[in-house]
Ligand binder design. Structure first.
Ligand SMILES: Nc1ncnc2c1ncn2[C@@H]1O[C@H](COP(=O)(O)OP(=O)(O)OP(=O)(O)O)[C@@H](O)[C@H]1O
Length: 606
């Protein structure tokens, strides 16, 4: 755990640079001024004879001589003026230091956020297959905030320790005996309260666990809100929400009980120790009243520092789990990094421009086998396939046959366990992966649109796209007519994930967006949900328009849309069982393809 803390402190050092140490120096100076201001008041007052001090106190001959040049009233005014000056200066510096601290902290969290987010986006697809996406939301919001809070507390703690060291030094100068007594009592109490620091860590573990469940739950529920509403599952989910909120509440209260408990012990001990000091000083040791005042002063300044250190330790301990979680994610994303950074500038990195590959001949799969991580069965077995450039290839097969996995391999999203993928005769290598990916346009079954205007959604892939280019892409994807009918045309806001559009319209819009990128290969995962025949016709028209310009690969769920396919690849249980032209396969009456055709024709006729 300490290694994690160490890692983030080193990172803070790396991000902030020398300013971090200037800041710590300022903290020390502030502590010094505060100590001088408060501690010096009593001895200075005694120096000008306001009251008598015993053996303790300060003896600075030149200062006494200097002060005695003034009248009595002048001396008092001078001492008080110095006091006001020192404390005001300290307050002013404190403000500057706090602002600097905030800057350091914010720069640190910004860099951490950026690093975590970009490391996630640069991780390979197979990494996301094993993870819950809501965990990333949770880490990027809650856990990163806790890490930032934790490092800020470590800095505060460093400052607190420095203040304390300075105050101990000053207090030693005034009275070594009394200070030693305070120190020994403080250390003893700290040792006695050690177990509370450990308990704080356990509470911190639970905090992470509950907040993770909270994030996972709410993300999943809102993703499935339509199912919840249509199946009347609202109360079930409200009950879950109530339960997790109660657990979070209990966890926070538990920490507060622990923290205030140790504070209470500290305060009560302070009262007992000071009462014992006073009793011993007056009744046993006959200490003069001015010295007694000094004891109280030293105690009242030092003890709250000990209390604050104890409290800080508990808070830091409760945040250690967040340090571990963020560090683990960083290690995992590093291991799964697909896109390397090309240069580093103060933590912000830029990616090199990636030149797309222009497909001219074919994509070939040679003896490809693939298994998902943790799975024993092969999703693809000995796959041999040929996809011609500029033609239209349809991938068909029953649900679970391996169509999506096949296309993921073609797109280089996952790597074959064995076998090769050849692009224009050359094996697809790790180095070429990104060039290859940048040549591909992918339209998924559940297309991804932002809650903004159509124009903004289109410009996502090409910020400089002109109005004319946008309309051309819309025309190509058979979306122009429906966009024209919308109240604000291109400026119509389409709702969260495009909720205000029909499934087919959404898919055509994403197709238009993909075309703005001028891909060499277009991969279209046909929507499984039964689109109306008019929309099916629109998609069909769009594909026909694109044929000959780009290589089209369609994962086809309705065979009626692929009548004009140049090539059909039929998959069954991870194997290619048929491959050839549409006409050729449909005429082979004993083949799976013609059976699939009959099944769909039968279903359509019912
Ligand atoms: N992330 C995953 N982890 C483990 N197994 C998976 C994963 N995704 C898919 N599979 C398995 O791999 C096989 C092929 O799945 P795939 O999604 O490629 O089929 P598909 O033909 O595209 O199906 P559908 O038409 O229903 O989308 C299935 O047996 C499926 O259970």
């Amino acid at each position: 755990m300490i290694s994690e803390l160490n890692y983030f402190m080193r990172k803070l050092h790396h991000i902030s640079g020398p300013i971090l140490y200037w800041n710590l120096l300022a903290m020390i100076l502030i502590g010094l001024m505060e100590g001088i201001g408060i501690y010096m008041l009593v001895p200075m007052l005694s120096l000008i004879g306001v009251f008598e001090m015993g053996s303790s106190g300060i003896h600075i001959p030149w200062l006494t001589e200097l002060l005695h040049r003034f009248s009595e009233n002048g001396q008092l005014l001078l001492v008080l003026l110095a006091f006001v000056f020192i404390l005001s200066g300290q307050a002013w510096m404190q403000r500057l230091q706090t602002i600097r601290n905030t800057r350091i902290q914010q720069q640190f969290i910004r860099t951490l956020r950026l690093e975590t987010y970009s490391a996630l986006l640069r991780a390979r697809w197979s990494f996301f297959l094993q993870k819950r996406k809501s965990d990333f939301n949770h880490i990027l919001t809650t856990e990163l905030a806790r890490v930032s809070q934790g490092t800020s507390l470590v800095l505060q703690m460093a400052a607190s320790l420095t203040f304390t060291a300075i105050q101990i030094g000053l207090a030693f100068w005034l009275s070594a005996k009394l200070t030693s007594l305070v120190l020994v009592s403080g250390l003893l109490l700290f040792v006695l309260l050690r177990k509370f620091v450990r308990r704080a860590k356990q509470i911190g573990d639970q905090t992470s666990e509950f907040s993770q469940s909270y994030y996972n739950g709410i993300t999943e529920h809102f993703n499935g809100i339509k199912d919840i509403k249509s199946n009347m599952l609202e109360n079930l989910h409200i009950r879950w929400f109530d339960r997790i909120c109660s657990q979070i509440e209990r966890n926070v209260v538990q920490f507060s009980q622990l923290n205030t408990g140790t504070q209470l012990i500290h305060r009560v001990s302070a009262a007992i120790i000071i009462a014992a000091f006073i009793y011993l000083s007056l009744q046993v040791m006959s200490v003069p009243p001015a010295d007694l005042l000094l004891i109280i002063l030293i105690f009242s300044r030092l003890w709250p520092r000990f209390t604050a250190i104890q409290s800080n330790l508990e808070y830091i301990s409760s945040m250690l789990p967040a340090f571990r979680i963020v560090r683990e994610l960083k290690d995992q994303t590093e291991k799964n990094c697909e896109i390397r950074e090309s240069r580093k500038e103060t933590g912000i990195s830029a990616s090199q421009p990636i030149a797309p590959i222009d497909l001219v001949k074919s994509i070939v799969c040679e003896d490809v086998n693939y298994r998902y991580e943790g799975s024993d069965t092969y999703a693809l077995k000995n796959v041999q396939a040929y996809i011609p450039a500029q033609g239209m290839t349809a991938i068909v097969g029953k649900s679970g046959a391996g169509k999506s996995t096949f296309v993921d391999l073609i797109m280089g999203l996952v790597k074959p366990e064995s076998g090769r993928i050849l692009i224009d005769g050359k094996p697809l290598t790790e180095e070429q992966l990104l060039n290859w990916r940048s040549s591909i346009g992918y339209v998924s079954q559940d297309p991804f649109l932002f809650h903004t205007s159509i124009r903004e959604n289109l410009r996502l892939v090409d910020p400089d796209a002109s109005e004319e280019q946008m309309w051309r892409a819309l025309q190509f994807s058979s979306s122009a007519s429906f966009v024209r009918k919308l109240p604000q045309g291109l400026d119509t806001i389409i709702g969260d994930r495009g909720i205000r559009l029909s499934g087919g319209e959404r898919q055509r819009l994403v197709l238009a967006r993909t075309m703005l990128r001028n891909p060499s290969v277009l991969v279209l995962d046909e929507a499984t949900s039964a689109l109306d025949s008019e929309n099916e016709q629109h998609i069909h028209e769009a594909i026909e328009r694109l044929k000959g310009h780009v290589t089209i690969i369609v994962i086809a769920h309705r065979l009626s849309t692929i009548r004009t396919a140049d090539r059909v690849i039929v998959l069954e249980e991870g194997r290619v069982i048929q491959e050839g032209g549409y006409q050729q396969l449909s005429m082979d009456s004993s083949g799976t393809f013609s059976k699939l055709l009959h099944m769909q024709a039968g279903a359509a006729g019912q």
